[in-house]
Write a protein that binds this ligand. Structure first.
Ligand code: FNR
Length: 187
């Protein structure tokens, strides 16, 4: 069957540049032969992880996200850098999805997944510091990270009004990372 990827941004913002970046990556992955489900985390509001909340039962949106992760071979994640690190929304999602719940073992939904990590920010580094942290979080969960992590600086100037990545150099690099990730799943 076709490689199946989940694409999402670690931002809840309506007009998130990182969601644009995830959507561009998704389109490139489809062109490379993958099936991609784009997830907008804004549609899955999650409570802040709390073991007491968890003890009352897994929230419906966590269940829905876990079901999506369960069928995915890989992840395309675009993470905005907040204060040099991952967003709280993304870390909260990872904490919820990594938990055992009777159906899944700890970290089972990250284990063996191939993940490409991207970021875009208005700043000159494009959010690379956040990507280094994200890799450090995911690798111990057993996720395989595509070696090249792409940070796109100048987010205000690289997308058109429809969110298409129009910076040709960055689009070429994004395509290469996406194709490497799809190929890694196919191997
Ligand atoms: C930021 N931003 C930011 N940018 C960056 O390059 N390095 C950083 O450390 C931070 N820190 C930071 C903290 C907080 C709390 C906010 C809200 C923002 C700017 C950030 O990159 C910018 O708002 C992006 O546009 C956010 O991504 P989305 O939501 O457009 O995907």
């Amino acid at each position: 069957r076709k490689p199946r990827l989940l694409a999402f941004a670690g931002s809840l913002r309506q007009n998130s540049y990182n969601r644009h970046l995830a959507a561009n990556a998704a389109e490139m992955a489809r062109a490379a032969g993958a099936e991609v489900v784009e997830v907008n985390l804004r549609d899955y509001p999650l409570p802040m992880f709390d073991e007491d909340v968890e003890a009352q039962g897994v929230p419906e949106n966590v269940r829905a996200l876990k079901d999506l992760f369960a069928t995915a071979d890989g992840l395309l994640i675009a993470n905005p850098e907040y204060n040099g690190s991952v967003t709280a929304a993304l870390k909260n999602l990872i904490d919820w999805v990594s938990r055992p719940d009777g159906q899944f073992a700890p970290a089972e939904l990250f284990k063996g997944r191939k993940a490409a990590l991207f970021a875009t920010s208005p700043g000159g580094l494009g959010g690379m510091r956040g990507l280094n942290h994200l890799r450090d979080i995911l690798q111990p969960l057993g996720t395989w990270i595509t070696p090249t992590m792409l940070a796109v600086p100048g987010s205000m100037n690289v997308f058109d009004a429809e969110g298409k990545l129009v910076d040709e150099g960055m689009a070429t690099q994004l395509k290469a990372v996406v194709e490497q990730t799809v190929a890694a799943i196919q191997q």
